[in-house]
Design a protein around this ligand. Structure first.
Ligand code: T46
Length: 137
């Protein structure tokens, strides 16, 4: 799901803002950002059980590949105005097209390694067992 980020522009530049629970479907409990990934490299390769996140390439270009266990979709994040919402139950990878790209992530919960599924076979099994009811993607 794409969300457009509110922007205030004047001759001194652009100011973007996002309000938790208003512009996005959750209250923000954590913010992290990823920098200095060598161009072409791919991070991710996991799903979350229930964490919801918003991804924004505030600089550069990053391709996000989403997989709900049945279908795959690629989304190019190439503008600080674009935000991508990802709920639980979606396997994701992030490929850096430019090494100076910066990925900003807003998360619905604190860091918890127990919420990660880092094995694709286990993810597929959970999809087949109906662990997630949505048909996101
Ligand atoms: C996601 C994508 C978009 C922490 O200690 N605290 C944190 O808040 C996070 C996010 C990670 N970590 C640790 C866990 C690993 O030991 O940092 C290390 C690197 O994490 P990971 O390999 O999961 O990084 P990515 O870039 O593959 O994935 C990250 C997020 O972890 C993940 O939730 O959806 O960005």
């Amino acid at each position: 799901m794409h969300l457009n980020i509110k922007k205030v522009t004047n001759k001194l530049g652009n100011l973007f803002f996002i309000e938790g629970g208003r512009d996005i479907p959750f209250e923000i409990k954590r913010i992290y950002y990823i920098t200095d990934v060598p161009g072409g490299e791919v991070r991710g390769h996991h799903a979350h059980k229930s964490l919801q996140q918003i991804l924004i390439a505030i600089k550069g270009k990053i391709i996000i590949t989403l997989d709900n266990g049945k279908k795959e979709k690629k989304v190019l994040l190439d503008s600080p105005e674009k935000a991508l919402y990802i709920p639980g139950g979606v396997w994701r990878t992030m490929q850096w097209l430019d090494s100076d790209s910066i990925l900003l992530v807003l998360a619905s919960d604190y860091y918890d390694e127990n919420d990660y599924i880092r094995d694709y076979e286990i993810f597929r099994k959970m999809v087949d067992e109906g662990f997630w009811n949505g048909s996101f993607i």
